[in-house]
Design a protein around this ligand. Structure first.
Ligand code: SF4
Ligand code: SF4
Ligand code: SF4
Length: 407
């Protein structure tokens, strides 16, 4: 039996925001919350997969909208799973942050698409960068407080330990020099990160994300490209370039470029950029930039995804039917589900013959190279391809090209 390592769960498809980049603009389906028997069936079903270690609440929708979300975290934590989530953090009140930490949250990724209120608000109307930053700071504070208590270290003044600090107190605590604090407090067990969707209109803000990362104690920043779900977003893409879009090893007359570590400055930037944008066959610090072409970041490491209604799919991108724009073409992706909880068990779904057969096709990745082709009628859908593969075909998947990323 194939190993299952990680489960992506969509607690709800509802959201408190309506971002311009959101896939939900192209949906034609009802929104809903995961019912408790579905979630219980998932968690109980994982007993058949002792190697499954991580559950990530990161579908399409805001997990904090689900009324029982902290209970979901708690149940997964009690079963020994590492718990991760991605959120827009607007609903993360101090009380909710405390509940999440108590429940056993291990990793929190916050979506931030700009470093000024204007830029962030242009992508995420109604969101406040200041509020998000404060909310994640509170989450960090609760995490640290719990950790401190667990280790029996009473280093905080009583007034701070027993009540939620004011914002100025948060600032003071979070911005205090690490060296001063290191000997009296353990590091927070919660891992915090930022997810940034890079576009033509916000890429110039990317370097300053580092400052926000410092404020919220983020230990990683994951950058994805945008997938245009509306015609208007097509002008925002940043990936009409060689190494990241070309799937093959390059023609024989096209040599492998092996680049060393080098300063990126006024002298090097222009020639290096030119080489990197023209050469499909390129290795940087002995890392071949082609190696993540034709690599599914979900199926290859052994993941699956569960929609709010219990449908079990191979990956988050196949949880829903949607349309998007690739190479100037409108393309329809049909959702793919191999079974549904709680009617069927997770193991029964995982082992249905057609599901392992699909996983094997993805691992071999012998799909038609639609992303590099001029296109045909078949490429307007993910139903079949010119190599004779059945539904769903993945030759046009930008996650499998390393263009789209998620935490
Ligand atoms: S926060 Fe996520 S789910 Fe909500 S509207 Fe934005 S992109 Fe969509
Ligand atoms: S290649 Fe893309 S569509 Fe296919 S299973 Fe992986 S993520 Fe899903
Ligand atoms: S299915 Fe169509 S678009 Fe894809 S590689 Fe074949 S001919 Fe090209």
């Amino acid at each position: 039996m194939d190993k299952l390592n990680k489960i992506y769960v969509e607690p709800t498809s509802r959201c408190n925001l309506s971002c311009v980049t959101c896939i939900r603009h192209s949906w034609d389906e009802p929104f809903g919350d995961m019912e408790w028997p579905v979630y219980e069936a998932l968690i109980n079903g994982l007993e058949a997969f002792p190697e499954a270690k991580t559950i990530a609440f990161a579908g399409f929708g805001e997990p904090l909208v689900h009324p029982r979300f902290p209970e979901m975290i708690r149940l997964a934590h009690e079963r020994g799973l590492r718990t991760e989530m991605t959120s827009n953090a607007m609903l993360l009140t101090s009380a909710l942050a405390e509940k999440l930490i108590d429940a056993g949250l291990d990793q929190f990724t916050v979506s931030i698409d700009g470093t000024s209120e204007e830029a962030h608000g242009a992508v995420r109307p109604g969101a406040s960068l200041e509020r998000i930053t404060e909310n994640v700071q509170k989450l960090y504070w609760w995490s640290k407080k719990k950790r401190t208590e667990q280790l029996g270290i009473a280093s905080e003044p009583e007034s701070v330990c027993c009540a939620v600090p004011s914002l100025s107190e948060f600032e003071h605590m979070l911005l205090a020099p690490m060296a001063h604090r290191a000997d009296i407090e353990p590091s927070a067990p919660l891992k915090i990160g930022i997810e940034f969707v890079a576009m033509k209109s916000n890429i110039h803000e990317l370097p300053a994300i580092q400052e926000i990362a410092a404020k919220i104690r983020a230990s990683y920043i994951i950058v994805s490209n945008v997938l245009p779900y509306t015609a208007e977003m097509q002008g925002e893409i940043l990936y009409n370039m060689g190494p990241t879009s070309y799937e093959g090893e390059g023609a024989t007359f096209n040599p492998l470029w092996i680049l060393p570590k080098m300063d990126w400055n006024r002298d090097t930037l222009k020639p290096l950029t030119k080489i990197m944008s023209q050469q499909p066959n390129l290795s940087y610090l002995d890392i071949n930039l082609n190696q993540r072409n034709n690599y599914c970041p979900f199926v290859q490491p052994g993941s699956l995804a569960v929609a709010w209604h219990g449908g079990v799919s191979p990956c988050p991108p196949l949880l829903h039917s949607y349309t998007c724009y690739l190479r100037g073409w409108k393309k329809s992706f049909r959702r793919c589900e191999y079974g549904r909880l709680p009617e069927e068990s997770l193991r029964a779904i995982w082992e249905k013959p057609e599901y392992p057969a699909f996983r094997e096709r993805v691992r071999k990745f012998e799909f038609s190279p639609c992303t590099d082709c001029g296109g045909c009628d078949d490429a307007e859908k993910n139903e079949l391809d010119c190599y004779g593969n059945p539904f769903p075909v993945c030759g046009d998947c930008l996650w499998a090209r390393g263009v789209l990323r998620c935490a």
